[in-house]
Design a protein around this ligand. Structure first.
Ligand SMILES: [Zn+2]
Length: 972
């Protein structure tokens, strides 16, 4: 976003097809009603529908002022507020607006000024649109979260009034002037306990203290009331997002006290608690009474059971608050649905399963990307719709089309792009420095593509059996917070199932603790890295196996209880890696695997249970399986459709074998849409082209990351009926496999040529690169606040010496993809700053500057490893080691790679290179507009045949401050 200013296009002619050219069947029927089908997908007036949508909020009614710098041809979009025709011309069927903030003044601070908002105008806009509305109420510091301590809000349940304002001319008798006696914790005002204490992201008020919970409930109820008031009576908002990116783990005294009470209610006597908690993975502390519990929070000797129970207590507070909020809104509108948007798919203190059980709609994590999060969301949804309220779409036609379609094929029902607004942000559509009007057509093309395959993919049930279940274990996720790793094995198992084309579902332990009903839907259950389990889980899994199930244990023996202690229900604690044994009518197999060994093992286990991949994809280049391609299949009315989406790093030429669905008398047709200029005007044109197989029955395709492709197979009659001729339909002549190969090769060559033209220092194949995940190891931010306080970020020399404008996500650094961590999805940490004589020690409540970091998992064979790093206070005049990477191989051997100033690394403050550096393969990695930034260094692996187990980093503890940002493995 930042630093990527695009040239502003000049449109002599409107690039967007006219409203009149949109076919009737494509238009959103004004006033159409959303309902939910049994499988959780959405229906519009009773028919399955996916909604490409957008968000506008924060004063959209004031945007679109007449301007002098927009061409006549595009003024229709940039001037005026959103309306039905604009939305439809861009293919958008749904919108969302921001809840009014009037509730704060109404209930808590009558002396405050009114929010800038024109409800009459907004109301007219919503009525004209006639579309379902989504209401967002983010409690960020600048919006709904702006009810501050210093406002000294009134207590709405007060029995006595606080002192009145002594200054003349106030509308309200009360005020927040300290000189008039306004103070929290005094009669008539709120308690300071109502605010969150401890780390919180957009959760300003307590979820444990009653007055804090009341603020949330009052907010939801009043925002809903105000939203309903501005919507037409027959088009009330369809869904309310109660929270956006919440994070709250409350460790206040009040919370700890309440926790003790809850434990007393759960265990009755302290002896019961001690005996239950004794079976923990760590900690020996025993308690004499429940009153000792609050004080024990800081005691390092407390059992892990304490922490697990505390986390569950927080999760319960959070989930029950959302349920109470939902009840308040349903009192106002029984048809209203509620949801909330998690910041990431894993959030400490929030159990997504528990939360969504009480809500009607599942919302993706911010940005909504990734195959693993999508699989988890489908598991959570379980008969409920999935929305993404904050989809980032990039700024090209393809990136916008691909953003919608990736979510669509993964089972989302509404995707709200972020967002239709003017202003400077890199996310705003009306910002012409950011995105051009013709690119916004990506959403309409996506909508037309969806229409081509609507009956196949829009219903969540797609006519294809799912016989593999992958267990998501919340107990395992909890103990992982306290050092018992294993939880990432789930990610690996899911990713392998996805990219090996094994149809699967994610199931949750909560669904199987007292029944095998859920498990009975599946032939194979994969438990990967399950370190802890709820009571009941093992017993039910065992019953299911004895009844014929096939259990696959990867890096687990299912031998841990909820606290990581010994699980008395375990039936596989002593299995050896590689062992397979019969149990009743079923079978259990167990193996300890590195990441690159999952695929063969899972495929073999599934094959034995009679489950085969739905298709195969072979790389034309390597002759091996093509990696990183997701394929979704759907069968309906004797026809079959495929959605193919490459998640690889670069273009791939592949041979696709679709399996049983294509044979004699059936044809395989590629369907797509694009905007062409016909008779001098832009129009939407639908393309259909049959692909012919080669002699082996394979279809040749060129797959570009993010370019979702749809294919449909059926008889000639079926296909002609489904895809009839029309004025703007182009039927291209059939493409023979040899021609497809030729065309694909040309595209691949062109892509490689483009990479070479950019002349990066490293010409790596992006399909062979895998970022190393540093999220758990980073300890600081790129941005510092106060110099020499040992906190916040970078070289701890204050805000001026921060590394600004760093990107989020995977970014090409001189040819190598590097994963920049998004700080607010990682506990406010995005880089690793290590010990140096120039740094003051971190205070006790902050993470230290470590002398060494050990055991960063790599778990891959490597030709090279690339490091993105820098140093602060680089030494002049002599060369010395600043820090050392230690590469640990699986066989127990290691190699040290020292990083020296002017050789493998140099100072971040002014990025420059010497001949010694380039000779050592150290180049510019990433720089901001001030030439501050990072170096990329290539470490060549002397033993590419050995698997790298992990990395350590050791600071030399000189004046040079080690700054480590990212690392990427290039596979051999
Ligand atoms: Zn006053």
């Amino acid at each position: 976003m930042v630093g990527l200013m695009m040239a502003v296009a000049v449109f002599a002619q409107d690039p967007v097809p006219s409203f009149d050219s949109i076919p009737k069947e494509e238009l959103f029927p004004k006033g159409g009603k959303i309902t939910v089908a049994d499988d959780g997908s959405l229906l519009l007036n009773g028919k399955p529908r996916y909604f490409p949508a957008t968000q506008w909020y924060g004063q959209i009614e004031f945007s679109g002022q007449p301007s002098t710098n927009n061409e006549e041809a595009v003024k229709w979009f940039y001037e005026g507020i959103p309306n039905y025709e604009k939305m439809q011309r861009l293919g958008l069927d749904c919108g969302g607006f921001y809840g009014a903030m009037a509730w704060m003044k109404r209930i808590y601070r009558p002396w405050f000024r009114d929010e800038r908002r024109d409800d009459a105008k907004l109301s007219a806009m919503i009525a004209e649109l006639g579309m379902p509305m989504y209401v967002d109420m983010t409690a960020s510091e600048w919006s709904h979260g702006s009810l501050w301590h210093w406002d000294c809000p009134l207590d709405p349940k007060r029995t006595v009034d606080p002192p009145k304002c002594r200054k003349p001319g106030k509308d309200s008798p009360f005020c927040n002037h300290p000189e008039c006696g306004a103070k929290l914790d005094t009669p008539g005002r709120l308690s300071s306990k109502a605010w969150t204490q401890g780390h919180a992201h957009w959760m300003p008020w307590s979820i444990v203290y009653p007055q804090g919970r009341d603020i949330w409930l009052n907010m939801w109820e009043n925002v809903a009331k105000d939203a309903i008031a501005i919507c037409p009576a027959d088009n009330k908002p369809w869904c309310y997002e109660l929270l956006n990116e919440p994070s709250c783990f409350d460790t206040s005294d009040y919370a700890k006290q309440l926790f003790a009470e809850r434990m007393k209610a759960k265990y009755g006597t302290i002896e019961n608690l001690n005996s239950a908690w004794a079976n923990s993975a760590s900690g020996k502390l025993k308690f004499k009474g429940f009153d000792e519990l609050p004080g024990a929070y800081e005691n390092p000797d407390k059992p892990i059971a304490y922490l697990v129970e505390y986390a569950k207590f927080m999760e319960g507070q959070f989930a029950s608050l959302l349920a109470e909020g939902t009840a308040r809104i349903k009192k106002l509108d029984p048809d209203a649905k509620t949801t909330f948007q998690p910041c990431t798919i894993r959030t400490s203190g929030i159990d997504l399963f528990r939360c969504y059980r009480n809500l009607d709609v599942v919302c993706s994590q911010t940005g909504g990307r990734g195959v693993m999060p999508a699989a988890l969301l489908r598991g959570l949804a379980d008969g409920k719709p999935i929305v993404d309220n904050e989809m980032y779409i990039g700024n090209t036609t393809n990136s916008i089309r691909g953003s919608y379609l990736a979510q669509y094929i993964r089972g989302f029902n509404v995707s709200y792009s972020f967002k239709w607004e003017s202003g400077k942000s890199g996310y705003y559509f009306m910002n012409r420095d950011n995105v051009q009007l013709d690119a916004l057509l990506g959403s309409r093309i996506a909508k037309r593509d969806v229409m081509d395959v609507n009956e196949f993919f829009t219903p969540r049930r797609r006519g294809v059996p799912h016989e593999v279940a992958i267990l998501f274990s919340s107990p395992t996720e909890r103990v992982a917070e306290y050092g018992l790793d294993g939880y990432k094995c789930f990610d690996q198992a899911q990713s392998v199932a996805e990219f090996e084309h094994l149809e699967h579902d994610v199931i949750f332990e909560d669904q199987i603790t007292n029944t095998t009903a859920r498990l009975d839907n599946y032939k194979v259950l994969v438990c990967a890295g399950t370190r802890a389990s709820y009571p009941g889980t093992c017993t039910q899994i065992r019953k299911w196996v004895e009844n014929g199930g096939s259990l696959v244990l990867v890096n687990t023996r299912l031998d841990g209880n909820e606290y990581g202690g010994k699980n008395p229900e375990s039936f596989t604690p002593d299995m050896k890696s590689g062992e397979k044994k019969a149990l009743g009518k079923g079978v259990v197999r167990c193996r300890d695997l590195a990441n690159d060994e999952y695929a063969d093992y899972l495929l073999a286990a599934c094959a034995e249970a009679g489950i085969v991949p739905t298709c195969t994809l072979v790389s034309e280049e390597s002759g091996k399986k093509a990696g990183g391609v997701e394929v979704h299949v759907a069968r309906r009315d004797g026809m079959t459709a495929w959605a193919i989406n490459s998640c690889a790093g670069g273009g791939q030429l592949v041979r696709f074998t679709p399996g049983v669905d294509v044979g004699a008398g059936r044809h395989f047709v590629h369907v797509w849409n694009q905007v062409d200029v016909v008779d001098g005007k832009p129009v939407m044109v639908s393309y259909r082209q049959e692909l012919l197989p080669n002699k082996k029955g394979e279809y040749v395709m060129y797959l570009v990351p993010g370019d979702v492709q749809f294919y449909v197979a059926g008889t000639k009659e079926q296909l002609l009926k489904r895809y009839p001729a029309g004025r703007y339909v182009k039927r291209l002549k059939s493409l023979a496999a040899a021609d497809s190969l030729k065309a694909g090769k040309a595209l691949l060559d062109a892509e490689i040529a483009r990479r070479v033209v950019e002349k990066p220092a490293f010409a790596v194949d992006p399909n062979k690169c895998r970022p190393i995940d540093l999220r758990k190891f980073v300890n600081r931010r790129f941005i510092d606040k106060v110099a020499k306080d040992g906190r916040d970020g970078w070289v701890d020399q204050g805000a001026k010496f921060s590394l600004e404008d760093t990107p989020w996500g995977v970014t090409s650094c001189n040819g190598v993809p590097m994963d920049f961590i998004r700080y607010d999805q990682n506990g406010y940490r995005d880089c690793l700053v290590m010990k140096s004589t120039k740094l003051v020690d971190a205070p006790a409540d902050e993470l230290p500057f470590p002398l060494e970091v050990k055991g960063i998992p790599v778990d891959a064979k490597a030709k090279n490893i690339y490091f993105l790093h820098g140093i602060g206070w680089g030494t002049l005049g002599r060369v010395e080691t600043a820090f050392t990477y230690v590469v640990n191989y699986e066989d127990g051997t290691k190699v040290e790679a020292p990083c020296r100033n002017f050789r493998e690394v140099w100072d971040w403050y002014f990025v420059s290179l010497t001949e010694d550096m380039t000779a050592n393969r150290c180049f510019k990695g990433w720089t901001n507009g001030q030439n501050r930034g990072l170096y990329i260094w290539q470490w060549q692996n002397p033993h590419p045949e050995k698997r790298v187990k992990s990395l350590d980093i050791v600071s030399a503890n000189t004046q040079q401050i080690p700054l480590i940002v990212a690392a990427t493995v290039e596979e051999p």
